[in-house]
Design a protein around this ligand. Structure first.
Ligand code: HEM
Length: 554
């Protein structure tokens, strides 16, 4: 008999409801009524449901910032109160200065656990410290540079695929190809595994993975959200059983998790059984992680289960985020053809210099010299934050300082906000990225040149890259941000050198749809799933049909 039959969801909900009454009673003692904020549409779901059903991710934040300032009261499930903030000092306090005092919110972190297992994204406190310590060596700048040829090879493969496609139809769903390329990249870089996604290999794991974000995270029903809201009241032992919930999203998450575990176990053992000398030559993250793990004091090592979960955590953290960011950049460059031309000229000049040196590919220094391309990457990360929000909770009573005071419910001016243990704290990365006070009057426009004029030393230090917050910050900031940036630089340079990108006619409306991540969906064509349709043409053909290929390569 399966556990799903033993532990009926009704019994779970009943138990949770009891605990809930207690929790609500306790939390009512500490009200945040002194703060203004949007009225909750319902007592059950508070404002939570609204965030998942915005027309464009971040449009609610903009509206609320206009009404209430940069920090406001939010209602979470069952009448509980919390805050949401875009304020630089508040975010610095929560993400940088408070150590592990603002852990991840139980409902969201339980979903992470159910989806990916006990890896780094899910871990907290000293367990997280242990994960991070063992993983750090695999993410040094020096180590990550060695992946640039892999990024370039993958880009060339995408180029071949698109060249074969565009004589038939020049409108390409670029994000779907970039996601396939991204999966192949992270498979090889993270655990020396070939998903064969670009080659259409019949890989069940790649197939299962392709639609997982859509099926598990997009458009949650009110009932599904309410169920999540109850996780907080489940004792830790019961959380394990939640994965047996007889609903499609949970079944899919469980299946994918098991597939990753099975494949990971084989890779782990073949890796661990290898001769030390052979393993020393390998550069993939898992090999380095196993090596680092072996040399750790027994008490600080990751268990086999944790190492296996890491494989799934890395794939999910790296793939959709990086490929989506690149898709949004190509979209913006389609809307800004003059900037696209400028980048292409820059890439061609660097290529000419590389050719003269006899280098067949761009070096890391070449890529780092492409200032217009880098500015476009920074601006896209700022403007299209693919991780828009992080859901945290106050681990203890605290006072959060503000850069910009807000007007309280009684008209008084607040320069700091008290928060009480257990209250929800939603950090809006996308909201911060659009602050006029940080980015200038044109913060709501895509203007890469801003990075030539911004005096970043005058900004409050927050984000790990260009001070944008899309990679988060502090001790839980993205460990893979350099990996992502190198990948974006290397793949974009190849694609933009070869192809021109433009908006299709008629122009589609692309929605920045919330699905925990922010993903592109075409209005009226939701059946396409995540989709970024762009017109793609060979750059050389635009030069009058000559066979000359951009950059002089064949
Ligand atoms: C544009 C691309 C990317 C974006 C926007 C991004 C963003 C983020 C954000 C916001 C977090 C914090 C999550 C949280 O606190 O809940 C994070 C964590 C993480 N990211 Fe990334 N990421 C990107 C690419 C990558 C890549 C390429 C990798 C790996 C190769 C990676 C690996 C991780 C890992 C392992 C964590 C967990 C870190 C920890 O908890 O200590 N990410 N990322």
């Amino acid at each position: 008999m399966t556990l799903s039959l033993l532990v009926s969801p009704i019994a779970l909900i009943g138990l949770a409801a009891l605990v809930l009454v207690l929790v609500v009673r306790l939390s009512r003692r500490k009200s945040l009524k002194f703060l203004r904020g949007p009225p909750p549409p319902s007592w059950w779901l508070g404002n939570e449901h609204q965030l998942f059903y915005q027309q464009d991710t971040g449009c609610l934040d903009s509206q609320w910032m206009r009404e209430y300032g940069n920090t406001w009261r939010m209602h979470s499930y069952f009448g509980r109160e919390g805050i949401m903030t875009t304020d630089p000092k508040a975010l610095q306090h929560i993400l940088h200065k408070s150590g592990y005092n603002y852990p991840k919110r139980v409902d969201m972190n339980t979903i992470t656990f159910l989806q990916f297992g006990p890896g780094i994204l899910w871990s907290e406190g000293s367990v997280h410290q242990r994960h991070r310590k063992v993983m750090n060596p695999a993410f040094s700048a020096q180590q990550l540079r060695t992946f640039v040829p892999l990024f370039q090879r993958t880009a060339l493969k995408i180029i071949e695929k698109w060249k074969a496609l565009i004589p038939i139809d020049s409108v390409v769903l670029v994000n779907q190809w970039l996601a396939r390329g991204g999966l192949d990249i992270i498979g090889e870089a993270a655990f020396d595994y070939d998903f064969g996604s670009l080659d259409d290999a019949d890989n069940p794991l790649a197939k299962e993975y392709a639609t997982i974000v859509r099926d598990v995270q997009m458009n949650p029903t009110k009932l599904a959200m309410l169920y999540r809201g109850l996780f907080e009241c489940f004792p830790q032992k019961i959380i394990e059983f939640v994965k047996h919930t007889p609903a499609r999203a949970y079944r899919r998450a469980k299946r994918l998790n098991e597939m990753f575990e099975d494949i990971g176990r084989d890779l782990y053992h073949s890796n661990a059984d290898e001769e030390k000398a052979d393993r020393d030559g390998k550069r993939d993250v898992m090999s380095i992680l196993i090596k680092a793990n072996d040399s750790e004091d027994q008490r600080f090592r990751l268990s086999e289960k944790e190492v296996l979960a890491q494989m799934h955590h890395l794939t999910s953290a790296a793939q959709e985020t990086t490929s989506s960011t690149l898709s949004w950049m190509l979209y913006e460059l389609s809307k800004h053809p003059e900037y696209q031309t400028r980048i292409r000229e820059e890439i061609r000049a660097v290529r000419a210099a590389a050719n003269e040196r006899g280098e067949p590919t761009f070096t890391v220094e070449d890529l780092d010299s492409m200032q217009y391309l880098i500015a476009a990457i920074k601006e896209t990360l700022r403007f299209h934050a693919v991780v828009p929000y992080l859901w945290r909770v106050a681990g203890k009573d605290d006072v959060i300082p503000l850069s910009e005071p807000v007007v309280g419910a009684d008209g008084s001016v607040l320069t700091e906000v008290p928060i009480f243990k257990g209250q929800s704290v939603i950090t809006s990365l996308c909201g911060y990225n659009r602050l006029v006070s940080v980015w200038g009057e044109d913060a709501d426009e895509w203007v890469p040149e801003r990075f030539f004029r911004i005096e970043s030393e005058k900004q409050l230090r927050l984000g790990v890259y260009a001070n944008v917050l899309t990679f988060s910050a502090g001790l839980r900031g993205c460990i893979g941000w350099r990996f992502a940036v190198y990948q974006l630089q290397a793949v974009a340079a190849e694609l933009l050198e070869t192809f021109e990108f433009a908006l299709p006619v008629p122009k589609p409306t692309i929605r920045r749809t919330p699905a925990v991540l922010m993903v592109p969906v075409v209005e009226g064509k939701e059946d396409l799933g995540f989709a970024m349709p762009l017109r793609v043409s060979l750059f050389s053909t635009r030069l009058g049909g000559s066979d000359e290929h951009a950059g002089g390569r064949s």
